[in-house]
Design a protein around this ligand. Structure first.
Ligand code: ADP
Length: 415
C-alpha cells in the first residue's frame, strides 16, 4: 500500500514536473523576449533622438556643433548609453559617451563583457535615398538582466514551493485514490478467508468421518451412519459452491447483461413459489398465508426473481418456530410492485441489520448451519434486486418477527 502511494505520488509529481518545466521554460523565454523588445525599443528611440543632432551637410557625418551626450532627453540614456557614428566602411567618425566596442554591428548585438554586457542597435543614416553612414547606440543590459534575474528567482522559488505542495497533495491524494482498490482488496481477502472457512467445516467432517470408517469396516450400521454424515457434508459444500457461482454470475450479469430481459408476470411467479412452499410450512406447523392483488408485469428474468422470493421464504421457514406465522403479499401502484415476506420468527438484532446482506454473515451461525443455510441467501437476494433496479428493505424486531419488502419497477399492470 505504502509502495503504491509513493509510486502514484512519484508519477503524479513527475507528470506535474514535465508540465511545470515546460511552462516555466516558456514563460522565461517569453519574458526575456519581452524585455529585449522593450530594450530595443528604448535604443531605437534613443537613436531617433540622437540622429536629430547629426550634421548631414558636410563631406563626412558629424555631430552638430555644441551637441554632446547631454543633448538628448531620455533620463535613462545619459549615464548609460553611448553613441558612435560610422561611415559606410565601418570606420568610426565620432562618438558620444564612453563606448565599449568600436565596431559596427548591422543587427542588434549582445557584447559580453566583464562584468557588464552591452546591447547595440544601429540606425542607417539615409538622406534623399542615399545611405551616408550609420549611427550605433550601445547600452549596458544591467537593468534588463537584473529584472530577468528577479523574475527567474521568483519563478524558481514559486516552482520549488509548488513542488513541495504538489508532492504533499499527491501523497495525500494517492491515499484517496488507493482507497477503492484497497477496499476491494480487503473485500476479496475477507471473501477468500470466508470461503475457506465455510468449506473447511464440511471438509474436516468428511476427513474425520472417513478416518473413523476405516476402523468400522465390519459394522454396516455404523458405516451407513458415517456415509450419511459424509453425504450431508458434501451437500453443504455443493450448496456453498452453487450459491457462490450463482452470485458470481449475477454480478457479471448486472455489470454486463448478456440476456435480454423478458416480461415477467409477478402474480404467477408469486403464486408458484407460494405453492412450492405450502407443504414445508405445514410440516413445520407454521401458518402460511398470502394476499395477492393485481397482475403487475416487470421487465426481468424469471429464474432469478423466482430464486429471490424462494430465498426470502426459505429464511422465513428457517427462522420461524413452529406455531408461528408467515405471510406473503403482492400489490402494486402505477409504477412499482411491492412484495413483502413477513414472519413472526426470531427476528434480527438492530445492530445486525446493516450486515445481513453481506456474504456469509449470520446472526446465529449454529442455527443457520443446522438448517442448511450457506450464509449467501440474502447476498443472492440483494444481487437479484440490484439486477432488476429494485429496492429491498428489512424491518425486524427480536422475538417478534421480520418483514422483507422488495419494490420493483413495473412495465404495466395486466387487466
Ligand atoms: P443463511 O444461509 O444463514 O440463512 P442468509 O444470507 O439467507 O444466510 O441470511 C443471513 C442471516 O440473516 C441469517 O443467518 C440470519 O441470521 C438472518 N436472517 C435472514 N432472514 C431472517 C429472518 N427471516 N428471520 C431472522 N433472521 C433472518
Amino acid at each position: 500500500m505504502k509502495f503504491f502511494r509513493w509510486n502514484v505520488t512519484f508519477q503524479f509529481v513527475f507528470l506535474a514536473l514535465c508540465v511545470y518545466v515546460g511552462l516555466v521554460g516558456l514563460s522565461l523565454f517569453l519574458f526575456s523576449r519581452g524585455l529585449n523588445d522593450a530594450l530595443d525599443d528604448q535604443l531605437k528611440s534613443l537613436l531617433a533622438e540622437q540622429s536629430q543632432l547629426i550634421d548631414f551637410n558636410g563631406k563626412d557625418l558629424k555631430w552638430l556643433e555644441g551637441s554632446d551626450s547631454a543633448g538628448f532627453h531620455s533620463p535613462f540614456s545619459r549615464p548609460l548609453a553611448s553613441f558612435q557614428l560610422f561611415d559606410l566602411n565601418g570606420k568610426v567618425l565620432g562618438s558620444h559617451g564612453s563606448y565599449h566596442c568600436a565596431k559596427l554591428f548591422l543587427h542588434p548585438q549582445e557584447i559580453k563583457g566583464l562584468p557588464v554586457t552591452y546591447r547595440t542597435q544601429v540606425l542607417p543614416l539615409i538622406v534623399k535615398d542615399t545611405l551616408l553612414g550609420y549611427l550605433q547606440v550601445e547600452m549596458p543590459t544591467t537593468q534588463r538582466d537584473a529584472v530577468m534575474m528577479k523574475f527567474a528567482v521568483t519563478i524558481c522559488s514559486v516552482t520549488l514551493l509548488g513542488f513541495a505542495l504538489l508532492a504533499w497533495a499527491g501523497y495525500n491524494f494517492s491515499k484517496e485514490a488507493a482507497k477503492p482498490i484497497y477496499d476491494s482488496y480487503e473485500v476479496l481477502r475477507q471473501f477468500s478467508a470466508d470461503v475457506a472457512h465455510e468449506l473447511n467445516t464440511p471438509i474436516s467432517t468428511v476427513r474425520a468421518t472417513a478416518e473413523n470408517m476405516s476402523e468400522e469396516l465390519n459394522e454396516p450400521d455404523a458405516l451407513r451412519t458415517r456415509l450419511e454424515v459424509i453425504n450431508r457434508a458434501v451437500d453443504r459444500m455443493n450448496i456453498i459452491v452453487k450459491d457462490l457461482s450463482l452470485l458470481t454470475r449475477l454480478g457479471m450479469e448486472s455489470e454486463k447483461p448478456t440476456k435480454t430481459p423478458e416480461q415477467i408476470a409477478l402474480r404467477k411467479l408469486v403464486v408458484d413459489v407460494v405453492e412450492e412452499f405450502k407443504d414445508r410450512f405445514q410440516q413445520k406447523s407454521i401458518s402460511f398465508s398470502s394476499k395477492i392483488e393485481g397482475d403487475p408485469i416487470v421487465s426481468g428474468h424469471q429464474d432469478p426473481l423466482h430464486r429471490m422470493l424462494a430465498n426470502l421464504l426459505e429464511n422465513a421457514l428457517r427462522y420461524t418456530d413452529s406455531n408461528g406465522e408467515v405471510n406473503v403479499e403482492l400489490y402494486s401502484d402505477h409504477s412499482h410492485a411491492t412484495i413483502t415476506v413477513s414472519d413472526t420468527g426470531i427476528g434480527i438484532p438492530e445492530e445486525s441489520l446493516p450486515r445481513i446482506f453481506d456474504r456469509f454473515y449470520r446472526v446465529d451461525k449454529a442455527r443457520s448451519r443446522d438448517h442448511g443455510g450457506s450464509g449467501l441467501g440474502l447476498a443472492i437476494v440483494k444481487a437479484i434486486t440490484a439486477m432488476h433496479n429494485a429496492e429491498i428493505d428489512v424491518d425486524s424486531e427480536v422475538g417478534k418477527g421480520t418483514t422483507f419488502t422488495v419494490i420493483v419497477p413495473i412495465q404495466k399492470i395486466r387487466a
